[in-house]
Write a protein that binds this ligand. Structure first.
Ligand code: GLN
Length: 484
């Protein structure tokens, strides 16, 4: 087996058993990055020197018998995570020269365990997008078919895992940005419950929706990564002070008697036939494993995309006000202060980001605030209530992640509305604030990965991990590799 194709738990076993060193593993990953990067474009920055140094000290730590499951494991981060001393761009030209003075809390936790940082991954600019085409640092290609998008906005995070360029990665999910790319690239991706993982040091897009989570090669790795990054952080006032379960221990017990809801609004006519087929097969598998299916309804689903695009853009317009060319980031030459602001922002932001700042500013402007922003907040509550009442009768929900497999590069970039609609099955989960996981559930006739989504109750990560693990044990989708 190629070192670069190993899972965290496999590599951990090899490091512990001294069959491999972290230095060897890190070197293998860096070589792989070099060889496939021209085809894929997952990385904005590769931190080779630092990675080798971190690998050496991880090896010493393992030799002292002080290793943990993540010690010496080569990982990579979406470029939205602040990394002290390492350039962090968030996919934007406006941050092309930004070197953060501190690190994101989630990365600090991984680093403290001795994880090795290979570099920073490509993404849609400020995490706004579903295709990775809005990055100022070039597109990322889907390792399964390089004429297609990897999904977004954590496209680099998913492509790197699928292409053997990192053992696992972290992404963020505001409206589907972990689950949709995971689905398109054949990885496991989990969006935790809002408040489960600290957002400290993660560049803010829409603060009431943003959440950090892992992209991995299997469910066991997903549990390991979540366990490592989850937990209360006094530096994030929205992080929740509830104990972190042993997620790896949840991966037993199967799904006998588990009640799985099928929301009728998610199994619609427009669904791609290959996606529909994969869902039907997955339902059969779960049934065979002893799960029970219940038809449910989330009646306000139709309003989710519109609600999301009011709330997310409103929050973004306010979060992105800080990029004014004064304190950090790109500064344009100008004769006076106002021109300097205008020019810096005009030059620094791309088209999609500008579109959203304008939409959000409009939704928040006096006279329109009640009609748009306040109304959207009310509809958000209705959507949340849909989930609360549906969850009184079921333990988890099963849905597709995206209506189609990965689309072609360029196919939707000039049609923002079509792009927005591709997130229809992931967005409601963020509005409701609960958790969900995408995992490999089949392939299209053209050989493109298809993911299924398991939605859990708030702080129900253990249940979706357990169900996902049972499904994974019964199928072989997660073992297939893209050929590069
Ligand atoms: N595609 C959605 C958007 O553009 C979701 C992005 C995300 O989750 N960061 O906003």
């Amino acid at each position: 087996m190629n070192i670069f194709d190993m899972t965290i738990h496999e590599l951990h076993g090899a490091l512990k058993g001294k069959q491999l060193s972290s230095l060897e593993a890190t070197t293998a990953l860096l070589k792989r990055i070099e060889s496939v990067e021209p085809q894929i474009g997952s990385f904005i920055t590769v931190t080779a020197e630092q990675a080798l140094a971190a690998a050496r000290s991880a090896d010493q730590r393992i030799a002292r018998g002080e290793g943990t499951p993540l010690t010496g494991i080569p990982l990579a981060l979406k470029d939205i995570f602040l990394t002290e001393g390492v350039r962090t761009t968030c996919g934007s030209r406006i941050l092309s020269n930004f070197i953060p003075p501190y690190s994101a809390a989630s990365w600090e936790k991984l680093r403290d365990q001795g994880a090795v940082l290979l570099g920073k991954l490509n993404q849609d600019e400020f995490a706004m997008g579903s295709s990775n085409e809005s990055s100022a640092y070039g597109i990322t290609r889907n390792p399964w078919d390089t004429s297609r998008i990897p999904g977004g906005s954590s496209g680099g995070s998913a492509a790197a895992v699928a292409a053997g360029q990192a053992i696992a990665t972290l992404g963020t999910d505001t409206g589907g940005s972990i689950r949709q790319p995971a689905s398109h690239c054949g990885c496991v991706g989990l969006k935790p419950t809002y408040g489960r993982v600290s957002r400290y040091g993660v560049i803010a897009y829409a603060s009431s929706l943003d959440q950090v989570g892992p992209l991995t090669r299997d469910v066991a790795d997903c549990a390991l990564m979540l366990e490592a990054v989850a937990g209360y952080d006094p530096k994030d006032s929205t992080s929740v002070d509830t104990p972190v379960p042993d997620y790896s221990a949840a991966l037993t017990g199967g799904v006998k008697g588990l009640r799985i809801g099928l929301p009728k609004e998610y199994f619609i006519d427009g669904l791609d036939p290959d996606v529909q087929k994969a869902m039907t097969a997955a339902i059969d598998t779960f049934r065979r494993l002893g799960a029970e299916f219940v038809d449910i309804s989330l009646p306000h689903t139709d309003y989710a995309v519109a609600t999301y695009y009011l709330i997310a853009t409103a929050e973004a317009s306010s979060n992105l006000a800080r990029y004014d060319g004064v304190r950090f980031g790109h500064r344009a030459q100008a004769d006076n202060l106002l021109d300097m602001y205008t020019k810096s922002r005009s030059e620094g932001f791309g088209t999609e980001v500008k579109r959203r700042i304008m939409l959000g500013t409009y939704a928040l402007s006096s006279g329109y605030y009640d009609a748009y922003y306040v109304k959207a907040q009310k509809v958000r509550t209705l959507i949340m209530n849909d989930f609360i009442s549906a969850f009184t009768g079921v333990d988890v929900m099963l849905t597709p992640v995206a209506p189609t497999p990965a689309f072609k590069i360029g196919e939707k970039i000039n049609d923002p509305l079509q792009m927005y609609l591709s997130d229809i099955f992931t967005i409601p989960v963020n509005l409701a604030g609960t958790c969900a996981m995408s995992l490999p559930a089949g392939f299209s006739a053209e050989g493109l990965p298809i993911g299924l989504q398991l939605i859990g109750k708030p702080f129900g990560e253990e249940t979706i991990l357990r169900a996902g693990y049972a499904f994974e044990q019964a199928t072989e989708w997660h073992t297939r590799k893209a050929t590069l």
